[in-house]
Design a binder for this molecule. Structure first.
Ligand SMILES: Cc1cc2nc3c(=O)[nH]c(=O)nc-3n(C[C@H](O)[C@H](O)[C@H](O)COP(=O)(O)OP(=O)(O)OC[C@H]3O[C@@H](n4cnc5c(N)ncnc54)[C@H](O)[C@@H]3O)c2cc1C
Length: 492
């Protein structure tokens, strides 16, 4: 591999790991910088396709942020090899075709510069690394993906499936990166981006992993009109280092990536790299999320893995306002029943809603506070307005009505209060992609419109937030853009 074409990938979470994987596969040398030191330990015991025991490691205490929107905003993240995939659940639904286009009904700025067709092959690239359990059949608003393990929803839930279909919704097994049926691991998740992607690269020629390396800023070369180097803090030696490369793939997570770009201000880019249109940081969005338990009159088989009720059809919903429902076990007894495959008269529901991304929700450099390295802390300004909250209330009513259609009298028993930003860990949008630099920080291949050798490949690049878990789409985008970068570097 030629070192002249070396790419620096910053961050070892699912986004950075997928990008590095694709670059190395295509013959491009990669140096990965990761601020964390190691993978975090936990425990996962899986027997006969059911997770019997899972102990997850703690996340990093959020520092270097200033909250100015909803004061309850949650900002936990994870400085570790593998990022938040040390803690995640592994739910990996694909977006559907309309998820990329529906926002255009409100304004052209809400149309993604990629289509489902552009991403389909890269969804599969990501899915093949994840050992997914799913039902490999398309359902409304959820295209089926590649899975290693097949699992339909239990037969006695078919009346719910029929009731969902009548409303234009799918009811299927939630695609989960849960791994093979039998597992005993000293980590909390089957798919961890370090263990499943990066560990396979370590030791290969052309791949270098530098841990405890906190990227502080990208350095601009005004003559060549390119980013020339990354300056990082070496936590071991407590010194600053400089690393040159031909391109930089930023994958620090949806808040830390825009922060790195703000830090990278210079004479030609006085408000940060990628910010000549003043869009960097704006259009921050998140998934409002809530949990509740539903009591039903007649017992049904406990759902393990969980089932997924897809959104209402785009044609009959307000654009960019939707909900999805994940149905599974609730409480300790419920979890035991689900692990034993017993029936139950109650189950748990997790709802993800959406919000229309707007300029008024943003991240930006804080005026007074500093982070541990002396750079401005990140101001995070987001809240859920009445429309978003109303949509969550409608989601409760919708599910109980649907259960009634299916011949089950369902009543919501207990709502767990989680309706504040950040509980889903699904922030996005602060370095949004759009075909036009008027509406986007990056183009359709995740390259800054201003600086083509800097890519931002995590969910900060999302144009809008669909009601589906984001990570699979993050990885598909990262794989596609890394493949394009590799081809461009080879043909340059
Ligand atoms: C409990 C929980 C459950 C979840 N469940 C799901 C789920 O079921 N499905 C789903 O799709 N998503 C889920 N998520 C969210 C999912 O984990 C994230 O979407 C995903 O990890 C994002 O990947 P990423 O690579 O963009 O960011 P991250 O995973 O946050 O990785 C970013 C990496 O960059 C490193 N980094 C940050 N700043 C710097 C810097 N300046 N220099 C060097 N390195 C840096 C970090 O240490 C980290 O390793 C869940 C999250 C949690 C916490």
């Amino acid at each position: 591999m030629s070192d002249d074409r070396r790419v620096v990938v910053i961050g070892s979470g699912p986004a950075g790991a997928m990008a590095a994987h694709e670059l190395v596969r295509k013959g491009i040398a990669v140096t990965m910088l990761e601020t964390g030191q190691d993978i975090q330990h936990g425990m996962l015991v899986r027997l006969a396709g059911r997770n019997l025991f899972r102990r997850l490691p703690n996340m990093t205490k959020a520092e270097g942020f200033v909250v100015t929107g909803d004061p309850e905003t949650n900002l936990e993240y994870n400085y570790a090899l593998g990022g938040l995939s040390n803690q995640w659940t592994g739910a990996v639904p694909r977006f559907c075709a309309e998820d990329f286009t529906a926002g255009e009904q409100i304004h052209e700025k809400y149309r993604w510069p990629v289509t489902y067709g552009d991403l389909a092959a890269y969804y599969e690239v990501a899915e093949r690394t994840m050992e997914i359990t799913a039902d490999p059949t398309d359902v409304p608003n959820l295209p089926a993906g590649y899975c290693d393990y097949r699992q339909p929803v239990p037969q006695d839930w078919q009346s719910v499936r029929q009731a969902a279909l009548k409303r234009g919704q799918g009811f299927t097994t939630m695609p989960l990166a849960d791994g093979p049926p039998y597992l005993l691991l000293n980590r909390g998740t089957s798919f961890n981006s370090y263990s499943k992607l990066i560990a396979k690269l370590v030791g290969k020629s052309g791949f270098e992993l530098i841990t405890q390396a906190h990227a502080l800023k990208l350095e601009w070369d005004g003559r060549r009109k390119k980013a020339a180097a990354v300056i990082y803090h070496d936590r071991q030696t407590k010194s600053h280092r400089r690393l040159e490369a031909s391109a930089f793939v930023v994958a620090c997570g949806p808040l830390n990536s825009p922060k790195l770009l703000f830090n990278s201000e210079c004479n030609d880019h006085p408000n940060g790299m990628g910010n000549s249109a003043g869009l960097l940081g704006k259009y921050l969005h998140d998934h409002p999320r809530e949990w509740w338990a539903v009591d039903i009159e007649r017992p049904l088989t406990s759902l393990s893995p969980p089932a997924y009720l897809t959104r209402l059809p785009h044609g009959s919903s307000d654009p960019l306002l939707a909900s999805s429902w994940t149905l599974g076990a609730f409480g300790t007894i419920g979890k035991i029943k689900s692990r034993l495959g017993r029936t139950t008269t109650y189950f748990g529901v997790q709802v993800f809603g959406t919000m229309v991304p707007e300029e008024k929700y943003y991240v930006s450099p804080a005026k007074n506070d500093k982070d541990e390295f002396g750079f401005p802390a990140l101001e995070v300004h987001i809240s859920f307005d009445e429309e978003v909250m109303g949509n969550m209330v409608k989601a409760r009513e919708h599910l109980t009505q649907l259960m009634q259609d299916a011949g089950q009298k369902g009543a919501i028993r207990e709502i767990v209060p989680t309706l504040v930003p950040g509980t889903a860990k699904h922030y996005g949008g602060a370095a949004r992609m759009h075909a036009s630099p008027r509406f986007g920080v990056t183009d359709g291949f995740n390259r800054l419109h201003d600086i083509s050798n800097v890519l931002v490949v995590d969910a900060s690049s999302f144009t809008t937030g669909a009601e589906k878990n984001p990570t699979l789409t993050v990885m598909a985008l990262a794989a596609r853009s890394a493949a394009r970068l590799a081809n461009d570097l080879k043909s340059a």
